[in-house]
Design a protein around this ligand. Structure first.
Ligand SMILES: Cc1cc2nc3c(=O)[nH]c(=O)nc-3n(C[C@H](O)[C@H](O)[C@H](O)COP(=O)(O)O)c2cc1C
Length: 163
């Protein structure tokens, strides 16, 4: 899929067919994450790919709005070292991953990490060292739905020269 098309048609997909996703594809979408823009090129991120059904279920049950992680083929746990711009950097990488997943014909959904009370527990579950922040939990799988979301029109959000 073309880059612009992947960007414009990406939507959060929360239902999956159960078909596995190859390691090669997972590696490619994480490759797109690690190439994201990052303040001072610090690249504070680490990506943990969880595919074990038991761990997927355990992570899902910790979240408040991420129960569908249990049915995903994988959950990419995005972590960042606690640097000045860790959140911007980690979000940037997360978005790249979701768009790359879409370009591969996969569906994914961002489940909140930073600021959530379950962040510490999830970090421990995946063995993240102290000093790392949980940015996002990205469920990935073959889509079993094509959700629509109402989006604010360009004419409403785009301001030339001044707000
Ligand atoms: C920071 C952030 C946190 C989010 N957390 C959740 C979440 O916990 N559970 C969930 O189902 N979706 C979550 N989402 C997905 C949003 O609900 C979704 O992006 C929004 O409704 C717009 O839909 P779209 O992504 O399909 O365009 C999150 C998205 C962002 C950017």
């Amino acid at each position: 899929m073309e880059c612009l098309s992947a960007l414009k048609t990406r939507r959060c997909v929360r239902a999956y067919t159960g078909e596995p996703v190859s390691r090669e594809v997972i590696e490619d979408i994480i490759d797109c994450g690690r190439l994201a823009a990052t303040a001072r090129n610090i690249q504070p991120w680490e990506f943990v790919v969880v595919t074990a059904p038991r761990t997927l279920r355990a992570i899902a049950s910790e979240t408040d709005f991420g129960s569908f992680i249990a049915q995903a083929a994988a959950c990419i746990v995005v972590l960042c070292q606690d640097t000045k711009y860790y959140l911007e950097d980690g979000c940037n990488a997360s978005q790249n991953i979701l768009v790359a997943a879409r370009a591969h014909g996969l569906g994914g959904c961002w489940v909140a990490g930073d600021k959530k009370p379950y962040a510490k527990k999830v970090r421990q579950m995946v063995g993240a060292p102290d000093g790392y922040k949980l940015i996002s939990l990205l469920s990935i799988g073959h889509p079993a739905e094509e959700p629509e979301q109402e989006k604010r029109p360009l004419s409403e959000v785009l301001h030339w020269e001044k707000f």
